[in-house]
Design a binder for this molecule. Structure first.
Ligand SMILES: Nc1ncnc2c1ncn2[C@@H]1O[C@H](COP(=O)(O)OP(=O)(O)O)[C@@H](O)[C@H]1O
Ligand SMILES: [Mg+2]
Length: 323
């Protein structure tokens, strides 16, 4: 593994036990490297396992199978010490800025909490840091004494970002951080995240279902379907040489800003519903909805393989050298 990789998931699986003794396969065999300082976009329909993968990669969930390698070292996720240490490196910004901040705590104590847990700084330094963090995310120092309900959605998301930054993490999972915000506010929060990344050298896993946004912010993008990564490439490559039938359908649903081009575009509608992650199809997970599926697709799971330089696809019909 080259040392520009900050975090690597290797064969990562996360299953949940659900009613009737059944098992829900939320994340299935995901291998993914995220490089230092990069933004890895993660897209896919609702329920495909994006949040579960994000939470497993930052240690909120313990994987059912597979490994996490951080800074070249495999994490022992059963060791409390390793988990605590990792918790200081990895943070999350949640989708819903209304639900994710404790309404009984002041903004200052919300931002300070992680520093207290990790025994960072003395009380006076923590107060100073809270004030600095409020400056950094574009709020006022006086806001430290107020409560979350006094703020708008965009301001709350800034508080959530300040909280994530407080313990100086290296890796941040941004789980649809702007989906719940007004369109007019979305760009401000995205620009803030980009600026912070540059200034602090942060590494992001940026989850979204809006493909326009991931394209803008991501260096590389992973497309997920029913728990697995089906395509992975740099943003430009993914948009200019889309190869997986599912990614093609997902991208064809994104409006093109040019009305002439938009009118000429052929829209691919994927038929059928996403199968249940409790009862996944045999073979390729996408075979039940794929317009080009053949016999082999119903028999065996296609591996994710490099078909063009840096471009990985899991599809029996897209082979190296032919793409
Ligand atoms: N704590 C949980 N217990 C049981 N099932 C869960 C849990 N969290 C997520 N799931 C299920 O796992 C699948 C993936 O969910 P999620 O990771 O939230 O998807 P996404 O973020 O892409 O919308 C869904 O079928 C969801 O219902
Ligand atoms: Mg989610």
């Amino acid at each position: 593994m080259s040392n520009d990789v900050l975090i690597r998931a290797e064969g990562l699986c996360k299953y949940f036990k659900v009613s009737g003794g059944r098992t829900l396969h939320a994340v299935e065999n995901v291998t993914l490297d995220i490089r230092r300082g990069e933004t890895m976009g993660l897209v896919g329909e609702s329920g495909c396992g994006k949040s579960t993968l994000g939470r497993t990669m930052m240690g909120i969930y313990r994987p059912t199978k597979g490994k996490l390698i951080y800074d070249g070292k495999e994490l022992d996720l059963h060791s409390k010490k390793d988990r605590f240490h990792f918790a200081k490196k990895a943070q999350i910004v949640f989708q819903d800025p209304y639900a994710s901040l404790d309404s009984r705590m002041t903004v200052g104590s919300i931002i300070e909490e992680g520093m207290v847990i990790h025994k960072m700084y003395d009380a006076k330094e923590r107060q100073e840091r809270v004030a600095r963090l409020l400056d950094i995310v574009g709020l006022n120092r006086e806001h430290a004494n107020r409560f979350p309900h006094e703020f708008s959605g965009g301001q709350r998301q800034r508080i959530g970002i300040a909280r994530a930054l407080a313990i100086q993490p290296e890796f941040i999972v941004c789980d649809e951080p702007i989906s719940a915000l007004d369109v007019s506010i979305q760009a401000q929060v995205i620009n803030l995240l980009r600026r912070l990344q540059e200034e602090m050298g942060l590494t992001y896993l940026f989850i979204a279902h809006d493909l326009n946004i991931v394209k803008y912010i991501s260096d590389r993008i992973a497309v997920m379907y029913l728990g697995s990564v089906v395509e992975l490439a740099s943003s430009d490559e993914l948009y200019s040489h889309t190869l997986h039938p599912y990614s093609k359908a997902l991208l064809s649903a994104v409006p093109i800003p040019d009305p002439d081009k938009e009118a000429q575009k052929t829209r691919q509608i994927i038929s059928g519903d996403v199968p249940s992650p409790i009862n996944k199809p045999k073979g390729c997970a996408f075979c039940t909805r794929c317009p080009v599926a053949c016999e082999q697709c119903h028999q065996s799971v296609p591996p994710l393989q490099e078909v063009r330089p840096g471009h990985y696809v899991a599809c029996h019909l897209v082979q190296p050298g032919q793409a």
